[in-house]
Ligand binder design. Sequence first.
Ligand SMILES: [Zn+2]
Length: 131
Amino acid sequence: MIDPCPTCGATTRTPVKPPSGSPHHAAERCGACGRFLRWLPRPAGVIPDHCLEAAVPRASPVPLRGTARQVEWATSIRTDLLRRAAAQPRLAQLLMTIDDATWFIANRGRPLEQLRWPAVEQLASAGREDS
Ligand SMILES: [Zn+2]
């Protein structure tokens, strides 16, 4: 059941890529008048290259960066995410590689398929966690 476009009443939809640099995956626009309707969720399981490159296998999650309160909160969010991602090894690896506590706080409560992928600077780079 597709709701008619509030502007023209059409029920056709066109996905439109946002400009590069946009945090969104794609916009859904009316296929007739082009009115913006909503942001489309990212397809599940498509992890960007920069994340895959950083997400090397590791035995335990990297130490988190942030204030003591942020780290404590983010650790409990991460524990929950890792439990839910148990059947998705690549995603679990990526979650264990994110070292920015604010990323976990910003993504708290999201279904796995709606997580915002972290930026390069939110990922532990090889070696940094040991320094
Ligand atoms: Zn329309």
